[in-house]
Ligand binder design. Structure first.
Ligand code: ADP
Ligand code: MG
Length: 504
């Protein structure tokens, strides 16, 4: 790693960056060729090098190389162009190591020797020997101390967890998670669940929009638990897998085995639990699994795109159980956090992103961390392909589509301009401490509009109006909503403003 060179100089695209770019090119390829073709020709291929002349793609043998050369070179060029915005020659080479299948199908269940926990009951998560050294407050990811003898983890970082179909991503640790006002609480609670499973944060229910870091934190909890109890039986599943397993068990008539498997775990982690919506029988089954584990003091960790009460048709008894422990939201990152993330992700890729470029990206990509990350990788790839250092100009060019989309949405400046004009107030008054009705009301309307039409977090919105905190913004949003229900004039003016903003 290391961020050598002056800021903005062309980064040598590391293996890591090539890997991430290749994942984006593979996505583009999947949209261009049929599934079987993709699996046969592109799944095992790998992007090994890019420079300002060509892109080198390695394949598993000479036959594949010749085939791609004859039939797919243009498709590859197009896919690279779709991702990086420039057309480059494709150079195909052979790497026999790629002949090994890249994604071994996960075994449905691990051998018994692995599944039986050798951790004494007292040292198991939820047992009485959970760490009592106040370590909940310590930075997790330190992977040092904990209760009980620290055996080498059964599932090393990146390994397959017990009975799960998920490979932990070694990057998804607490250490690698950038903390800001939007996610501080979720991060702290996740650390608590990881340090003292089955105790205060049970169940731990994390919700937020796509790409805000839910899966990252869920996996960080797993790492943290494994660092304390190396043999913990953590069952980590996507909700979809839980549903599929359940349906298969129903069809095959082996519900008992299904139940045994789920109910003997130490920690159950289910990602994207909102997918239980409208699946009544699976909800029923999950309810019983939940109860069994909960009563046995086992940790349950769930993520969702919305709070429990907003998951459509989720049974009330599940809603109430999900709220028993800790329900916490991760909001989209505020500007400062986005800047920190862009810088951190660049540094992790061995590159020092110039401040003005980081600002440009953080200003325009404002809701999804995955997109922020993708923009960093893409910009680095683009810079190598073009052979020019990373500058604001290059970023505008290479990320035009990403930055353009965001420009269409109303910004805080648009809102402020509309509100100040409509009510005849000045921005400085909105930002002042004045609480007279003629100022407070427009300020509340502006906050309400910001909440409606931007993706900014409550804290971030408050920041625009003299550094007010998130509870003030929440209060403003509630107040304007209720006034709109009571006073026709309020409803009319807010709707007029909304219409103007959305018609931008
Ligand atoms: P979600 O599950 O909420 O859709 P993910 O956990 O998959 O989102 O996050 C998307 C990507 O963004 C991942 O690569 C993750 O590591 C990264 N990410 C999200 N939030 C943060 C953060 N606060 N700090 C560092 N990386 C983050
Ligand atoms: Mg996720």
């Amino acid at each position: 790693m290391g961020s050598s060179g002056r800021p903005g100089s062309v980064p040598p695209p590391s293996d890591e960056v090539c890997k991430e770019l290749w994942a984006q090119v593979q996505d583009a390829l999947q949209r261009r060729v049929q599934r079987e073709q993709f699996e046969t020709w592109f799944r095992r291929a790998n992007l090994v090098r890019i420079d300002d002349r060509e892109v080198e793609v390695a394949v598993q043998n000479r036959f594949a190389r010749d085939w791609l050369q004859n039939y797919y070179v243009e498709t590859l060029e197009q896919a690279v162009q779709a991702v990086l915005g420039v057309k480059r020659r494709i150079r195909l080479t052979v790497d026999p190591e790629l002949a090994v299948p890249v994604r071994p199908a996960p075994s449905p269940s691990m051998p018994t020797a692995h599944v039986e926990s050798t951790v004494p009951a007292t040292a198991s998560p939820g047992g009485s020997a959970a760490p009592t050294d106040g370590s909940a407050a310590r930075g997790a990811g330190s992977h040092k101390s904990g209760a009980g003898p620290l055996d080498p983890p059964l599932s090393p970082p990146g390994g397959l967890l017990w009975n799960s179909d998920v490979v932990l991503n070694p990057k998804y640790t607490f250490e690698n998670f950038v903390v800001g006002p939007c996610n501080r609480f979720g991060h702290a609670a996740a650390m608590g669940a990881g340090e003292q499973p089955g105790k205060h944060y049970n169940p731990f229910f994390l919700h937020g929009r796509v790409g805000v870091g839910k899966t990252h934190l869920l996996q960080a909890v797993c790492y943290s638990i494994l660092s304390h109890w190396s043999n913990a039986r953590i069952l980590y599943l996507s909700c979809e897998t839980f549903v599929n397993h359940f349906i298969a068990a129903l069809e095959n008539g082996d519900l008992t085995e299904f139940r045994n498997k789920y109910r003997q775990v130490d920690v159950l982690v289910v990602d994207d639990i909102h997918l239980l919506a409208n699946k009544e029988r699976t909800q029923e089954e999950f309810f019983h699994t939940f109860n069994t584990l909960y009563n046995a003091g086992k940790q349950i960790v769930l993520s969702s795109d919305s709070p429990p009460k907003d998951i459509p048709t989720l049974q009330d008894r599940l809603v109430s159980r999900f709220k028993w422990g800790m329900v916490t939201e991760i909001e989209p990152p505020c500007y400062e956090t986005r800047m920190a993330i862009v810088k951190r992700k660049s540094r992790d890729r061995g590159f020092q992103m110039p401040d003005d470029v980081a600002q440009l990206i953080a200003e325009h990509i404002d809701e999804n961390v995955r997109e922020l990350e993708g923009a960093v990788t893409r910009l680095m790839g683009y810079s190598s392909l073009i052979g020019k250092p990373v500058t604001v100009e290059l970023a505008r060019e290479g990320l035009a589509d990403l930055l353009h989309v965001r420009r269409g949405a109303p910004s805080m400046d648009d809102i402020i301009q509309e509100v100040t004009q409509h009510f005849g107030v000045k921005l400085s008054e909105l930002q002042s401490k004045k609480r007279t009705k003629s100022i407070a009301y427009p300020r509340q309307v502006a906050m309400y509009l910001a909440r409606k039409v931007t993706r900014q977090s409550l804290g971030e919105i408050g920041g625009w109006f003299g550094g007010r905190d998130h509870s003030t913004v929440l209060y403003a949003v509630d107040r304007v909503s209720s006034l709109m229900g009571k006073e026709a004039s309020c409803k009319q003016s807010v709707e007029e403003l909304l219409g103007r903003l959305q018609g931008f």
